[in-house]
Design a protein around this ligand. Structure first.
Ligand SMILES: C[S@@+](CC[C@H](N)C(=O)[O-])C[C@H]1O[C@@H](n2cnc3c(N)ncnc32)[C@H](O)[C@@H]1O
Length: 609
């Protein structure tokens, strides 16, 4: 083929190869169709630019026009200007032409600027040696210039070579930036725009192009991807991308009304949607009721040792010799490794046959209490009203009267330190020992119900009103006694016959008198008592005005008993009964009859000295 250069000519489309310098990969097909229709009607106003190469032609500028004609018209030829340029010149022309496009997305504009700067600087050996790709080279150059400029601004010492580098490249950069369609400073480009192309991954790039997202939207999506894969997938799959929108029948107005287009969401809305998903994700994990498995002997030993239960009591509880009570360090190491490999806590627990709270114990080791709150996704309340909407099912078993783990965590946070000893005389579902594991407190817990395979750490003990004894013969006294007894008759039917909830009002109160005195005698001067209880009023079916107060046990009565036993009350903390709300049907009945229910619960804190 004989090729004449620097001339306008109709060229066979099939003889034109794509430009190797064309960065643009995404073209809006609707817009290409529109362009093709206008070329069909009015002809090609601006010819494409090509250069001869290996007996054929190579495109330099005009990719959109060429695509539109090739795909959507019957033309076999296209008007082209043939120029004779080398690779670098071709690259520069291609980059400059790209920048003139008005339908560029944010990402494409940044990429085009990178391309144009690189094409201008690449002949400089010092610059060319800075990296393999345009992004790498510019990253190094910008990084150096930025830090030199900052040092100068701070009036710090800058070596002569640094000043020279700045002088040489800043002038060139400023010149290039002056030719851009929009005014831009190189520094602002480096700080705000460049990171988007430097850090963006392929899928976000694709989504950004398909949806023509702006910079803030791209930043929001990228941040979400780093924080939560699930939220990212959810946002991407459940918002309609421009492409899917087009592929669907456009008349499906009801359908598109329910799915928001990603493009139409502001960066803020994208972030808010993600936050909601992340919160739900965490909540779902917290609400997953754990199946409490029978533990193997090794697991039982680790749990009991980590809770600081003395070896003689472990031996007695597990019916084994004291000599065999050592911790299996291989399991702990295996847990650490699994967690390091980003295995989730429930998965790690299942794989190693250990209870989840023990995995938390290992996962959170060496953290401060505040860091533990954060890791467990709990807020830390700094006032005396502790309310949570729901239980956290990661701690404690399904148990009547189970309390929120956050309540224990707050009590531990305010009244104990890591390593200290907590005593739980009526441990029930074991929330206290579980949270003690996560917060690295030792814990001795007791209950009359025996679950030696699932809860070996809860030692079996029945507190008897008459001749009440302390269950352990230890010199060590607790730092905190967390006492969560059954609230008089409230759950009577749920606990065993021996439960104090079956006692008459007088015996129930007598029990507390004995217990609180005994606890006082087995405490040290610094021991704190945390006593959780609620007003007992027989409000059900009775208008509040007709209630017989002789049947009530109000918190004030417990307060009196606690004080009589020698304790000094220091705080009252409101802990509403979050898990037992009134059903709307019942509420309307209560309203009709003027019944006043009880949701208030009080944590009374006292100290010995
Ligand atoms: C309100 S529950 C404790 C719930 C526990 N804090 C939790 O969150 O799972 C009270 C517990 O006291 C136990 N209990 C009642 N009377 C007892 C007694 N005389 N001696 C030992 N435990 C008793 C019951 O078995 C029950 O598990």
């Amino acid at each position: 083929m004989t090729i004449k250069k620097n001339q306008f000519k109709n060229i066979l489309i099939q003889n034109i190869d794509p430009s190797p310098f064309q960065k643009r990969k995404y073209f809006d097909e609707d817009k290409l169709k529109d362009l093709a229709a206008s070329i069909d009607n009015e002809g090609l106003i601006e010819p494409i630019i090509i250069r001869p190469k290996n007996d054929r032609y190579e495109l330099i500028a005009g990719e959109r026009r060429l695509r539109a004609i090739r795909t959507y018209t019957a033309f076999k030829t296209i008007q082209a200007r043939i120029i004779d340029v080398d690779d670098l010149q071709a690259r520069r022309i291609s980059a400059a032409e790209n920048l003139q496009r008005e339908d560029f997305s944010a990402i494409e504009s940044i990429e085009a600027i990178v391309e144009i700067i690189d094409a201008h600087l690449i002949e400089d050996d010092e610059y060319a040696a800075m990296g393999q790709t345009p992004e790498n080279r510019l990253n190094v150059l910008f990084g150096k210039l930025h830090s030199i400029q900052n040092s100068l601004d701070r009036q710090s010492k800058v070596p002569k070579s640094g000043r020279l580098l700045l002088h040489k490249f800043v002038q060139q950069l400023e010149k290039i930036f002056q030719t851009l369609p929009k005014r831009l400073e190189w520094k602002s480009f480096y700080v705000h725009d460049f990171p988007l192309v430097r850090e963006i991954c392929d899928d976000i790039r694709k989504i950004s192009l398909e949806n023509q997202l702006n910079k803030s939207q791209i930043k929001a999506i990228s941040e979400i991807k780093k924080t939560s894969q699930q939220a990212y997938q959810h946002i991407v799959n459940n918002t309609q991308t421009s492409e899917t929108q087009k592929n669907e029948n456009k008349n499906q107005s009801e359908k598109s009304a329910s799915i928001v287009s990603l493009k139409d969401m502001s960066a803020r809305e994208i972030k808010q949607a993600a936050e909601k998903i992340i919160k739900n994700e965490i909540k779902a994990k917290q609400n997953l009721k754990r199946s409490v498995l029978d533990l193997k002997l090794t697991a039982k030993k680790i749990v009991m040792l980590r809770l600081g239960i003395p070896v003689d009591r472990i031996a007695k509880r597990l019916h084994i010799s004291q000599r065999t009570i050592v911790e299996c360090s291989d399991i702990i190491e295996s847990v650490r490794l699994d967690l390091k490999n980003e295995m989730s806590v429930p998965e790690t627990a299942q794989k190693n046959g250990l209870p989840e709270p023990l995995i938390w114990h290992i996962a959170l080791e060496n953290m401060t209490d505040q860091e533990r709150f954060k890791a467990l996704n709990w807020g830390l309340i700094t006032w005396d009203h502790w309310y949570w909407n729901d239980l956290d099912y990661r701690f404690g078993d399904d148990w009547p009267g189970r309390i929120p783990a956050q309540l224990i965590a707050h009590t531990l946070f305010y009244y104990t330190r890591q390593g200290q000893l907590v005593f739980d005389p009526m441990a029930g579902g074991g929330v206290v020992p579980d949270v003690c594991l996560a917060f690295h407190r030792r814990c001795w817990s007791f209950d009359l119900s025996d679950r030696k395979d699932k809860r070996p750490e809860i030692e079996v003990y029945q507190w008897k009103a008459k001749g009440m004894k302390w269950p352990v013969n230890s010199k060590e006294k607790p730092d905190l006694i967390f006492f969560d007894p059954p609230y008089f008759k409230k759950m009577a039917s749920h606990y065993s016959d021996d439960s104090i909830s079956n006692l008459s009002k007088d015996s129930y109160l007598a029990f507390f008198k004995s217990f609180l005195k005994l606890a006082f005698n087995h405490s040290k001067p610094t021991t704190r008592l945390a006593f959780l209880n609620a007003d007992w009023r027989n409000y059900q079916g009775v208008p509040v005005i007709d209630e017989d107060e002789r049947n009530s046990i109000l918190i004030s009565i417990y307060t009196q008993i606690i004080s009589d036993a020698g304790w000094k009350i220091t705080q009252y903390i409101d802990c509403p009964m979050s898990s037992q709300r009134f059903h709307p049907g019942i509420v309307s009945q209560m309203q009709k009859k003027r019944i006043l229910g009880v949701v208030r619960r009080t944590l009374i804190i006292a100290r010995k000295r």
